[in-house]
Design a protein around this ligand. Structure first.
Ligand code: CS2
Ligand code: MG
Length: 402
């Protein structure tokens, strides 16, 4: 079997997505997500200009060899653009292998290790009273875990608090919009939110919170300590993620579990965090961490060091990435949680998929391959629209770390 065509499809059914579709000489096709929020066209160009020409004529069965060829052959290793492009190829090749074998990809990865993939939803609201209502909605839908974000009194906007209820999209203007941030106000407010949530919902519901890399290690340590009575499942991205040893200080001070990794692209971004057991959950996911093959390598290292998975699953990762992540989640021994934000109806229509939510779990379905596709005719009706993630400044105008 040979790859005869590789199409890079950019579509914007509510938000931008980049998808790679590989076609073989026997008519079998595979899809891979290549979406990098705010930098979509960089990955599309990387694929079209540098990867697609090298794929034509290759044997699609050689997944690992193709990964090594694209990673080592580029000379310029790593980075989100490169690794998202490699991820798209790798994901599409696993999809093809599953279809050829007549098996869902999770079977090729060793079979299921659990009945379903436990997911967490996003409860966002401006105030504590409103967020309690949102959490109740998720609990009623059967969710076992909820990420809780609220506005901060005195700040006009807060990243991570969506404008819509069930749907969330942080990228807005073509040129980044700017928001103001106050660490003092934030640190004073967040523990009061979780005190209210615990007293309303009791001890069973798993609660998570995302800091979006906004603190220094000692500030993060203080936040972790102040949240200990409320028993969070994880505190996410407490500090900017580049400095792996920065997490040591947090670890020394608090037993609140730490999650990080949505901005990581390779095992080299997190091997120290994992080996030193400085984190509890590694949040890398298929599209930004080199595909199913490389993500599994990261999760295997994590399994040896008591670190569990917690893959990123925001709406700026397409349903193709979500499907692929679910096959990985189902088959690894050290699965923790999977983020799940519902895509819009427009997005779901462009990417028909077999995965489904039931009773707090996602299930990838039993279709051969990944069980997801792209409707190219429908996709063509949604042209690309430039959109960027916002930037933050401190109250005096200083650019914030993230
Ligand atoms: C967030 C995301 O889902 C998360 O945990 O951190 O909203 C993230 O900021 C976006 O996916 C960035 O594109
Ligand atoms: Mg996050």
């Amino acid at each position: 079997m040979r790859i005869v065509e590789a199409r890079v499809i950019v579509t914007s059914p509510g938000r931008n997505f980049v998808t790679l579709k590989l076609v073989t000489d026997q008519g079998v096709t595979g899809v891979g997500d290549a979406t990098l929020n705010g930098r979509e066209l960089a990955v599309a160009a990387y694929l079209s200009e540098h990867v697609v020409p090298a794929l034509i004529g290759r044997d699609p069965a050689r997944i690992e060899d193709t990964w090594q060829y694209l990673y080592k052959g580029a000379y310029w290793r790593r980075g989100p653009v490169t690794m998202s492009a490699i991820a798209a190829v790798d994901t599409a090749l696993w999809d093809i292998k599953g279809k050829v074998a007549g098996l869902p990809v999770y079977q090729l990865l060793g079979g299921r290790c659990r009945d379903g993939v436990t997911v967490y939803g996003h409860a966002n609201a401006a105030t504590v009273e409103e967020v309690l209502v949102e959490i109740a909605r998720y609990a009623d839908l059967g969710y076992r875990a909820v990420r809780v974000q609220t506005g901060i009194p005195g700040l006009a906007t807060t990243y991570g608090v969506g404008r819509d209820r069930m749907h969330y999209e942080p990228a807005d203007a073509a040129v980044p919009s700017e928001a103001r941030w106050s660490t003092e106000r934030y640190l004073a407010h967040v523990p009061t939110v979780f005190a209210a949530v615990r007293s309303e919902f009791g001890p069973d519901l798993k609660l998570l919170h995302d800091v979006h890399h906004r603190l220094t290690p000692i500030e993060a340590a203080r936040l972790g300590k102040s949240l200990e009575p409320h028993a969070l499942t994880w505190l996410e991205d407490p500090v900017p993620a580049e400095l792996q040893e920065g997490f040591r200080l947090i670890r020394q001070h608090t037993t609140t579990p730490i999650a990080v990794g949505e901005v990581f692209n390779t095992v080299w971004d997190c091997h120290q965090l994992i080996r030193e057991q400085l984190i509890d959950y590694i949040r890398a996911t298929v599209v930004h961490a080199g595909g199913i093959s490389h993500l599994r390598r990261i999760f295997d290292l994590a399994a040896m060091h008591h670190v569990r998975s917690g893959s990123h699953g925001a709406t700026d990762l397409s349903p193709v990435c979500m499907a692929a992540a679910l096959h990985v989640d189902l088959s690894i021994p050290n699965f923790g949680l999977q983020e799940y934000m519902r895509h819009t109806e427009e997005t779901d229509a462009v990417f028909p998929h077999a995965y489904h939510f039931a009773d707090g779990y996602l299930h990838p379905g039993e279709e051969p391959g990944l069980g997801v596709d792209i409707d190219e005719d429908l996709a063509a009706r949604y042209p690309y629209r430039p959109a960027s993630l916002p930037v933050n400044r401190l109250e005096d105008g200083t650019m914030h770390s993230w």
